[in-house]
Design a protein around this ligand. Sequence first.
Ligand SMILES: Cc1ncc(COP(=O)(O)O)c(C=O)c1O
Length: 354
Amino acid sequence: MVASTDITVTRAEKSKLKETNFDKLIFGRYFTDHMLEADFENGEWKNIEIKPFQPLVMSPALAALHYGQSIFEGIKAYRDKAGNAFIFRPQDNFRRFNISADRMQMPQVPEYIFMEGMRQLVELDKNWIPDKEDYSLYIRPVMFASDEVIGVKPSDSYKFLILLSPTGPYYSAPMRIYVEEKYTRAAPGGVGFSKTAGNYAAALKASAVAKEQGYDQVLWTDAFEHKYVQEIGTMNVFFIIDNVAITPGLGEATILEGVTRDSAITLLKEMGLKVEERPLSIDEVIEADKKGTLKEVFGTGTAATISMIKELKYKNHVIYFDTDKWIIAPELKRQMTDIREGRAVDKFGWMWKV
Ligand SMILES: Cc1ncc(COP(=O)(O)O)c(C=O)c1O
């Protein structure tokens, strides 16, 4: 265990807060005054620093640039009326971060650096947490290989950073999506469950093709038959069939274990729905549509919380939804947002006080 004094803090001389227009916050574009930085060298973590947000100086031979040993997380912080900062379920992101690290042959980040470092950083920059409805402070932990050597092997050194970015309301209009039958996001034995940079680069082509055709995203399917559903873009997916919420299970390790997914499962059960985590084929979805039992389809993720699907296309079969008439997804979104923004009782202990 590292002592708390091992995080050195250097404050920015001047805050950028007043120059930042909080009415025009583009996601991921603005950063707070400080960041956390730590190095893994010779088998141990060192140089744990909170310091003014600044560029990194790196060698062109940086291992992460060439071979993609890089992982990250996405978390959100909120501020209550009394000015206290809270972070939504960060322990789950911490756990997931180290699962990603293990898969990518990277060192584990100690809880102290991840959680206590994040706590001190958010506390220092808590005036950057917008206190308006639907606004939050996005927290981005990231770790990458920092050896300055070209060669395919696990790096010996790594850099861990935490950045903070104030974000505005994430308006997500109901989406048009199609079932992806050409490109593959993940296969058993691969890295689909890991939040590693390459997963996102590999998905860009399919998203671009979808956009060219007027769609917002793709519904990823399994690598072998393109038959079993996985995720929508960078969100987990739920189908409401009759009064049952069905979401792909985690058994094959091809999808990211979303924190919002887990929160949705808890709240849906509270709302009286049966929740099934299991393989779901697109044939079963189409069959339910034909029978009239397919009620709602939505994605879950930290950025948008819940994103409704208004159109789902599979081959020649197109399903249109009148999302204005939906009951479950809007209620789920309301409950989740109320907990995060302090309007509802946090009975599951999801809000972690900074
Ligand atoms: C591929 C992928 N799936 C699902 C999710 C949703 O996960 P979470 O609810 O933890 O944000 C994300 C976003 O982080 C993602 O990138």
